[in-house]
Design a protein around this ligand. Sequence first.
Ligand code: SRM
Ligand code: SF4
Length: 560
Amino acid sequence: MINSTPEKKLSHNEVLKENDPILAGNLAETLNDPDADCFSNDDGQFLKFHGIYQQDDRDLRKTGKKYMFMIRGRIPSGIMKADHYKVYDDLATKYGNNTLRLTSRQSIQFHGVVKSGLGPLMKSINDALMTTLAACGDVNRNVMAPPTPATEPWMHQVHEDSELLSNALLPTTPSYHAIWVEGVQLNIQEHKNHHDPLYGKTYLPRKFKAAFAMPPLNDVDLFTNCLGFVAISEGDKLTGYNLTVGGGLGMSHNNPNTFPRKADVIGYLTRDQVEDVAKSVLTIHRDFGDRTDRKHARLKYVLEEKGVAWFRKELESRLGFNLEDAKPFEFSRQGDRFGWHQQADGNHFLGLFVETGRIKDTESIQLKTAVRKVVDTYGVEVRLTPSQNMLLVNIPSDAVDAINQIMKDHGVPTTHEKSPVRSATMACPALPTCGLALAESERYLPGLIDRIENQLGEAGIPQEEIIIRMTGCPNGCARPYMAELGFVGRAPGKYNVYVGGNEAGTRLNKVYLESVKDADMDETLGEILKRFQQEREGDERFGDWSARVLWPELESAGKE
Ligand code: SRM
Ligand code: SF4
């Protein structure tokens, strides 16, 4: 079923998929052409399904387009064996810009890869038995799950379910292997009738995102996902999951048909039902999502327009069984644990704050080299967090001192008590790589945090933690709409300021000020933070104070 009407035409991407259901385009042909520095626009759409974005360096646009590629891995739950991390690290140095970009969905992106490096990089990832398939595109993306070694003895079962889901929702196109491993251009005509058992011929109307969470921790921002599983346990046993459906954050400025939406809780299922339920939710998106308008094509709009009761009925009729009602659960916090902690099995893990998710070496901090040294020497497992940070896990007690020394030698802090506000930040990449950026984000936020640290100091609350997130446009890649204080780019040097998200990640924030200029940022934020210090009740958090005090002010000013 394709959702178009005589009045509304299918979007161009739908036509592309219909005509080339194996998503091969002319990719291999262009890849093998040494004179081509880029792919056609249509092939750019197919590339996404293979985990690749064609970009150009926006800093250099004035002197002509310099094409380069962003490649995103598929790393379920953000868990990486030491050997896999080493491959990423090597490839970033050899073919990328010598940085690894940890993403807000527990993956890694390479940036700045030129076309001659694309083929070798992709082959190396596959040779190491990893993949980038479906890291982007109209398919299920990287599946998230809590990465922090916890005390619950059943955590590994959540990771097993996350991996199972990641594999079960992969598309079956033969073109990925043909292009990136064999370098062969498949004949599209011969595969015109390819019909993926799950995705059909035309895949989903838009991207689809899934996550697992373990209450009371909501480190994955569960309610921002299309599909969510909330682990429910009894005693020492994981019994099943509550199902959440219909979250998503992307919106466009001045387009009221687009908005961030929190997922609804639908019901409860047992562990053995995860795959069936996930596939049925996904096919509801496939069959009912809007294929005429890509800005209105996410599953969240189906939920918003058809309602939860309709959705549950449709889901149960596809499943052939009824879900139980959802079990009680509560989220109370999000974020990562930094520094050294003991795991339930007696080993240790080290949580490292990675500013804006960028693993790199600078003069003062050689994070890339330090992590690599630890991974090389101790073979530790690397876990990526949904807040763009990194955990080194399963470290025996007798390696702790030596690892501390390696970190110290490279200027990498292993405690983050100095600035709680900095440790709770996220920024999307934005300029110069992202083609959609309206303003800076990754390059701007660290400096803004310096200024916010000063403001907090002046307000007499230097140790205050405020969850701050910034994006260079309203698509919401660093989930700014769940932050206590969010900044969303409107134009170069101008940001909308959002307030009122909460620590549990269960409340969307609201726009408080529009188009605040960089030059006015200190005064604006200074005033808000001063008021917060004066008006907060007890140890009320910034987000809760904003929702209690600033939201009603917005309402009475008629700004809602
Ligand atoms: Fe995103 C598009 C980066 C998580 C909503 N996102 C993009 C692109 C690919 C730009 C483009 O389409 O040309 C960005 C690449 C920039 C670059 O140079 O690297 C981009 N998104 C990212 C990452 C790397 C941000 C980060 O700081 O880590 C995240 C990669 C996650 C991953 O590993 O898979 C990333 N993007 C998100 C999230 C957060 C999440 O999923 O938890 C969201 C909001 C949640 C949601 O999906 O609703 C998000 N990205 C978008 C959207 C808006 C989609 C919509 O519903 O309208 C776009 C635009 C689009 O798809 O057309 C987008
Ligand atoms: Fe690009 Fe916008 Fe996503 Fe930032 S939020 S990475 S600017 S699409």
